[in-house]
Design a protein around this ligand. Structure first.
Ligand SMILES: NC(=O)c1ccc[n+]([C@@H]2O[C@H](COP(=O)([O-])OP(=O)(O)OC[C@H]3O[C@@H](n4cnc5c(N)ncnc54)[C@H](OP(=O)(O)O)[C@@H]3O)[C@@H](O)[C@H]2O)c1
Length: 258
């Protein structure tokens, strides 16, 4: 007698998103779930969103200021996935931190270190885990680092943030070279997402103007209605991820994409 074969679940995309509890990351998770992704969401607060039929959300409450154990956990989690059941796999390193705006010499040392750890060390370690654990997977592999125009333009009062984002951009250039030599290498982009109406902008607008000369510029962007909503920014970010030429320019800006 023939053993009946169970119908195989159709392959679906798998996406990992950091900084998923609010702001841009939460909107990205919401839109990925609407597309039927299996999403792993990472932040200190729990990411709570409804998953429509066909989509699934797994949320980890983790502190990316201590990223090494999170990267190890991510590698083990990816190794336990059924790669054949994934139609695509993405890591979106979105979590970021602005330390209290002020000249470096006046900055709080713990805050400065935290901004570098969450903004640069964590994306590097999570990227290492992702690239290693998915190296043998046959589906398209995409890595995104959510950068900023401030990785490319220096802004007084924001040394830790500018340094983290500039480091992220150069990390993307290196990873793109490395992955280009690999069979089914990951496509890597460090993407500036535009200016977005989130808590991060509130923090910049509430800064001490005496220690942060550009505070008025950020207030002007808000007053002039020039901020994207998290929903709009997430849609732009995912349009960039969908592009056929994703990865052809490892340092990119949504405002420069047609
Ligand atoms: N907003 C803008 O105008 C703008 C412009 C250019 C680039 N960006 C970039 O876009 C990304 C998202 O920014 P956003 O504006 O959405 O920021 P946000 O509203 O401040 O949200 C930051 C996210 O990062 C998470 N996060 C912070 N510290 C963390 C930690 N130690 N461990 C784990 N998660 C942590 C937060 O979650 P928990 O607090 O729950 O941990 C939150 O989900 C960032 O990389 C930012 O640099 C933003």
């Amino acid at each position: 007698m023939n053993t009946p074969t169970l119908p195989r679940t159709p392959a679906r995309p798998l996406s990992i998103v950091t900084g998923s509890s609010r702001g841009l990351g939460r909107a990205v998770v919401e839109q990925l779930l609407a597309r039927g992704h299996h999403v792993l969401a990472l932040a200190r607060a729990k990411t709570e969103l409804p998953a429509p039929p066909g989509a699934t959300l797994e949320a980890w409450q983790v502190d990316l200021a201590d990223a090494a154990p999170v990267a190890e956990r991510l590698a083990a989690w990816l190794q336990a996935q059924d790669a054949a059941a994934c139609s695509a796999v993405n890591l979106i390193n979105n979590a970021g931190v602005v330390s209290t705006p002020a000249p470096l010499a006046q900055g709080d040392l713990a805050e400065l270190a935290n901004a570098l750890r969450v903004g640069l060390e964590a994306p590097m370690l999570l990227s290492a885990a992702f690239l290693r654990a998915t190296a043998g997977w046959g589906c398209p592999r995409k890595l995104m680092l959510v950068s900023s125009g401030l990785g490319r333009r220096a802004m007084a009062g924001s040394a830790s943030y500018c340094a983290a984002k500039a480091g992220m951009d150069h990390l993307a250039r290196v990873l793109a070279l490395e992955e280009a030599t690999q069979p089914n290498g990951a496509r890597v982009v460090s993407l500036a997402p535009g200016v977005i109406d989130t808590d991060m902008q509130v923090q910049l607008r509430s800064a001490d103007a005496a220690r942060f000369p550009e505070r008025t510029r950020f207030q002007g962007l808000k007053d002039g209605g020039q901020l994207d909503s998290p929903h709009e920014a997430a849609a732009k970010l995912l349009r960039a991820l969908d592009r056929a030429d994703y990865g052809s320019n490892p340092v990119s800006d949504v405002r420069e994409l047609a």
